[in-house]
Design a protein around this ligand. Sequence first.
Ligand code: DGL
Length: 253
Amino acid sequence: MIGIFDSGVGGLTVVRELLRRSPDASFVYLGDTARLPYGNKSPETIVRFTLEDAAFLVAHGATSLVVACNTMSAHAVDALRKTYPALPIFDVITPAVRVASHLGAKRVGVIGTRATVASGAYDRLLEAQGIEVIARACPLFVPLVEEGWLDDGETKRIVKHYLSPVRQGDVDALILGCTHYPLLAPVIGRFMGRSVSLIDSGAVVVEELLKGVQLDSARQQSYFLTDRSARSEEIAQQWLKRPVNFDKADLLG
Ligand code: DGL
């Protein structure tokens, strides 16, 4: 059973890709909506929350973990691997960097939460491949997605505000370094122009997962949130194109 987790509904972009590739895969999903956003929190808090989320999934039968959140991937993967040395653990950063490198990109934009950008995790890996990086934190994107404002006038203005320096930087590709951002891909793609490839860090991790673990295809699929709301269910249904019932998760803390 795969455990997939994010601070909110953003990780469902990973679930969507998994269901597209393997509709019968068994998984348990956790979104820590009660404590979202993680992207503005300190590294210590991000590590603590990540370990609590993972403990919940392991207690619910997860035998591999997909960290469907760049913020956690940037700060907490080492702590996770230390805590669960026997579990396959997939982060979203390494595969996105691999895609950028395969595309032959010379200059890449990276957008993410403040914590992801401040960690320098993408910069280190991309620069090691000889790729120049223009990174930009876009803290308002997560609340826009959680609100379902995916193509509103306000969203377009905020996209322009954050991404103008990246567009001026003449990048070949843009890494959507937050699993919430693929929901904004149409508006981001229009602003950046067709010549810029958008890399969805969530979609590429599914590729790695399918190569790395034997899937249990009993179609046991459960979804948990630490704070449930009708809005989250609407967004999930819109995104996954099927009704999603979230159960309430009580973390062990
Ligand atoms: N979806 C998370 C990520 O990929 C960020 C959301 C948050 O700030 O909590 O970084």
